[in-house]
Design a protein around this ligand. Structure first.
Ligand SMILES: Nc1ncnc2c1ncn2[C@@H]1O[C@H](COP(=O)(O)OP(=O)(O)OP(=O)(O)O)[C@@H](O)[C@H]1O
Ligand SMILES: O=C(O)[C@H](O)COP(=O)(O)O
Length: 414
């Protein structure tokens, strides 16, 4: 069992599935090249070898289910390439089924033989999946009603989606015997341990494009006084710069407007006025008339694409003095080689520092590729992005709550 606060979360050691048909929720949501639609990093896909092999070796047949991207975004794609990569890394056939809960998927699941593994298509192709709702409500969803009768149990190994109260995360544990998978178990155990240690200063480096997630996390961190410094990059930095009244120029404000982020400025301003330890870039790397130049953050005329070199130096010095560093979300548009320097420089500073580094988020983990020496006693590479930070900010994760509830309601009562 994993004990987190007042939750008791069963693992594969507490409920040993063998010879069963299992639905296994994984998170193989990965960065996608917007030009080619191809995956540009497969770290999350590699992470599931242990869980899948352990379950197959016990004679279980597995149906893997995951999301990829969000409707309307360029990374919202089918999971065919994911199945090919899973087959490659597992060295076994993972059959891609181009359906989620329709008759084709259900028929194929019914006819599965022991040891077979299939991957269903992007679960977010099912509209119900995107509804944030309590477990009891999702237990009555078509997704759960149509699929759960086909299974003996459910394994949630999607730590990176544990902060989403969505059907494939919280619905199945209400109707099936359920446990955490090995990825979920490792993440929760490691992170709970690290955050029990009274190591200061704790420096959070938050970037990327998921601003609504990040502002909620920052509000938690500031309220609980968990962070000594919060270094901002990516679109989060732009939001706080705008909240501080810096002139980001028309184009960047239009980008914030288009992404529906202007309405978050008052929340960001409230955090700044409350004395939150927020650091905002003093300069940005911008694209202007096809050129890449650096501009001070109080007078921007180009389109912001990365933090500037002065900011890289300032942030690096904060990182080098930190005892715990948490990084999620890149400082710039890292899909473009010209705008990777900010993220790379801060990542290198973190790896060289004496601090313990927790790094999360698909895009940031892709920066670790290419020979970065990872010392597991100094670095926890989390598969989670938003989930990692919400957990570290002390928020309860719906996936863990559902597994706890399932153990009490579905398992113990039997
Ligand atoms: N200044 C910027 N303007 C626009 N987009 C940006 C900027 N900086 C970073 N991004 C975008 O942020 C995206 C990554 O953000 P995201 O929050 O998804 O990070 P992540 O590390 O993948 O975390 P998670 O795994 O939780 O998604 C990239 O697609 C990148 O292009
Ligand atoms: O990349 C992530 O943070 C997880 O896969 C969750 O994705 P989401 O933010 O689209 O729910």
């Amino acid at each position: 069992m994993i004990k987190v606060n007042d939750l008791e979360i069963p693992t594969l050691d507490d409920i040993s599935f063998s010879g069963n048909k299992l639905l296994v929720r994984i998170d193989i949501n990965s960065p996608v090249d917007p030009k080619t639609g191809k995956l540009i990093d497969d770290s999350r896909i590699k992470a599931y070898n242990e869980t899948i092999k352990e379950l197959v070796n016990k004679g279980n047949s597995l149906v893997l289910i995951s999301h990829q991207g969000r409707p309307g975004d360029s990374d919202f794609i089918s999971l065919e390439e994911h199945a090919e990569l899973l087959s490659k890394y597992l060295d076994m056939n993972v059959e891609f089924v181009e359906d989620v809960m329709g008759p084709y998927a259900r028929e194929r699941i019914k006819n599965m033989k022991s040891g077979e593994v299939i991957l269903l298509d992007n679960v977010r192709f099912v509209s119900e999946e995107l509804i944030e709702a309590p477990p009891a409500q999702h237990a009555k969803s078509f997704l759960v009603k149509r699929l759960s009768p086909l299974f003996d149990g459910y394994v949630n190994d999607a730590f990176a989606t544990a902060h989403r109260s969505q059907a494939s995360i919280v619905g199945f544990p209400m109707v099936l015997k359920s446990t955490a998978g090995r990825v979920m178990e490792k993440e929760v155990s490691a992170l709970a341990k690290i955050f029990n240690a009274d190591e200061f200063p704790k420096v959070f480096v938050l970037g990327g494009g998921k601003v609504l997630d990040s502002i909620r996390i920052i509000e938690n961190l500031v309220k609980r006084r968990l962070a000594d410094r919060i270094l901002t990059g990516g679109l989060i930095a732009e939001l706080f710069a705008a909240a501080k009244g810096l002139d980001l120029g028309k184009e960047n404000m239009q980008i914030l407007e288009k992404k529906g982020l202007i309405s978050l400025i008052p929340r960001a301003r409230k955090i700044l006025l409350s004395g939150g330890p927020i650091e905002i870039p003093v300069d940005f790397k911008v694209e202007k008339e096809g050129k890449v130049v650096e501009e001070p953050s109080n007078k921007v005329t180009g389109v912001i694409k990365d933090i500037g070199s002065t900011t890289m130096g300032i942030y690096s010095s904060f990182i080098k003095d930190a005892k715990v560093i948490v990084m999620r979300g890149p400082m710039g548009v890292i899909e473009d080689e010209r705008f990777r320097e900010g993220s790379k420089k801060l990542l290198d500073s973190a790896l060289e520092s004496q601090g313990y580094l927790i790094i999360g988020g698909g895009h940031m983990i892709s920066m670790l590729g290419g020979g970065s020496e990872i010392n597991p006693s100094k670095v926890h590479v989390s598969t989670g992005g938003g989930a990692l930070l919400l957990f570290l900010a002390g928020e309860r994760l719906p996936a863990l709550e559902a597994l706890d509830l399932s153990y009490k309601e579905v398992v113990k009562k039997k």
